[in-house]
Design a protein. Structure first.
Length: 517
């Protein structure tokens, strides 16, 4: 099943394994059962530490459990973990052996403090690029927590369950039949959701872990990484706090405008950013969120309060928290997230095959989404608030060639209509006539740009109407010792290369300010 190149790569990955692993499959009459047996046979052939074992209980679909030294690890796959989920299986084996990139002691303590028993499953599509991040995060938690089980479910092999639960987006994390999360998420976000849902035992020690540094960077995207590296090169003690290294870059498939690099992909660039951070001696506090910033008063230090009994004390802070998908803010939107309202056409588009959908937003991302969805949906209606589309001409010309796409400009979306389990229509106002109209459809993809992640400092620093932190030409905010760089700041043009330069510039300005203090 594996070509020679993949076989050799797996052989090298598994060569250092210290434990024996059982790939436990269950008998099934499902047509794909043979595919799972072929997968585990090929995988087991790559290491003498991997063994095939068969259980006795008949299952409605192919199922694989990962055991270590004869004991269940809590990690399972309902379906055949091919496609993007093959990496989840490989990583689960490595993580179970204490190898691969595992969280630091602070995050491990929070995971083990979750109140058990924890029994979760994640519905995925094997074509989804966001699903593996969620699956791998929950698998890792299952391996670290003594009473935590997690199972990946391939939605294509569980159509009856998908229909029963009304699932229209992936990944969907479930506790029993209760939906805990829909869509992409990092370890920090998942852990926070589980802490809120399950509760957590008090920390063994009431002492707060304090990280004392000269400068703290909040955000792990291109701007934050550049600011951290440039500051560290000046000899400063630097901590970078982020949910994940790479930020939005991690979700970008193809990058062709990073000067001197003709082509790369988001995950590869995120990995390179992390490597550069580590080589520069930056203290990386990832999988974390900052709950509160206590600004310096009377010469004292700024204090960043992190979730999970940690604090970072510093004299300077660089806000590089980037931006997030902007929501419409209309009735029915939040109620139907994951049930007819989506943001990622690549991940959730397959759920609308043969159906009618809308795309709200006429910029490049909206037009690209409409073009992609037109290949699988019967009808696509593109709504744009302005009187003309804003996308590049080449995209507009391609859109005009598609027979199943309708474009409505001058339209203000007013409501997403549905019953909570599914969407049935979108209501909009014709801005020219003021008339209220509705379009019957099955799903809405929102593509109206980004909103800055500036909530942490709102009320503390000056922001513009869009919520961007207002900075001078050197990245200084209105509050002494607090700087901003990248997409969260009011700089023009939200591009990777611009964010990198802005982070570097801000770091240099902060260092100059230290010299003058």
């Amino acid at each position: 099943m594996f070509d020679s190149g993949l076989q050799e790569q797996l052989h090298q990955l598994f060569a250092p394994l210290d434990h024996d692993y059982q790939l436990v499959t269950a008998p099934s009459e499902h047509p794909q059962a043979a595919a799972l047996e072929e997968l585990v046979t090929s995988l087991a052939a790559t290491s003498p530490r991997l063994h095939i074992q068969h259980s006795q209980a008949l299952q409605p679909r192919p199922r694989l459990e990962l055991w270590r030294d004869g004991q269940a690890t809590g990690v399972a796959f309902a379906g055949v973990p091919n496609g993007h989920e093959f990496s989840s299986l490989v990583l689960a084996i490595l993580n179970a052996d204490g190898k691969g990139r595992l969280p630091d002691a602070g995050i491990v303590r929070r995971i083990r403090a979750l109140r058990g028993p924890v029994r979760l499953r994640t519905m995925v599509s094997l074509e989804c690029t966001n699903c593996p991040d969620v699956v791998q995060a929950l698998n890792m938690m299952a391996l670290l927590h003594e009473d935590f089980a997690h199972e990946m479910w391939d939605g294509a092999m569980a159509e009856d369950e998908v229909a029963r639960l009304g699932i229209q987006g992936v990944p969907t994390v479930l506790d029993g039949d209760q939906v805990l999360h829909v869509g992409k998420a990092d370890v920090a976000e998942i852990l926070e959701r589980l802490e809120s849902h399950l509760g957590a035992e008090p920390a063994p020690s009431a002492e707060v872990q304090v990280h004392a540094v000269d400068l703290a960077v909040v955000g792990g995207g291109p701007a934050g990484v550049a600011a951290a590296i440039y500051s560290a090169r000046k000899g400063l003690r630097v901590a970078l706090i982020a949910a994940r290294i790479g930020g939005q870059v991690s979700d970008t498939l193809g990058i062709e405008n990073l000067i001197s690099v003709p082509y790369t992909e988001g995950p590869r660039l995120a990995s390179d950013l992390r490597g550069h951070l580590e080589a520069s001696g930056v203290q990386v506090l990832d999988h974390r969120s900052v709950e509160r910033l206590e600004p310096a008063n009377s010469g004292a230090e700024h204090i960043l309060h992190l979730r999970g009994s940690e604090q970072v004390h510093c004299s300077q802070v660089v806000m590089a928290t980037g931006a997030r998908w902007r929501e419409l803010g209309v009735p029915g939107e939040k109620e139907h997230l994951g049930h007819g309202v989506a943001f990622c056409p690549h991940c959730d588009g397959p759920f609308y095959k043969g159906k009618r959908v809308a795309v709200v937003g006429g910029g490049n991302s909206g037009v690209e989404a409409a073009i992609d969805l037109a290949g699988i949906c019967t009808e696509v209606t593109l709504f744009e608030y302005a009187q003309e589309l804003r996308a590049d001409g080449v995209l507009q010309r391609k859109l005009q060639q598609l027979p199943n796409v309708q474009v409505i400009t001058g339209a203000r979306t007013t409501q997403i209509i549905g019953n909570g389990a599914e969407v049935s229509a979108l209501a909009y106002e014709d801005r020219s006539s003021g008339a209220e109209r509705q379009v019957a459809l099955d799903g809405v993809f929102v593509q109206i740009g980004l909103a800055p992640n500036s909530d942490l400092v709102k009320g503390l620093v000056e922001c513009n109407r869009q919520g961007e932190i207002i900075v001078d030409g050197h990245g200084r905010s209105s509050h002494p010792g607090i700087y901003a760089a990248g997409d969260v700041a009011n700089i023009p043009y939200k591009q990777i290369v611009i964010a990198m330069g802005d982070g570097a510039k801000t770091a240099l300005a902060a260092f100059e300010d230290r010299l003058r203090a």
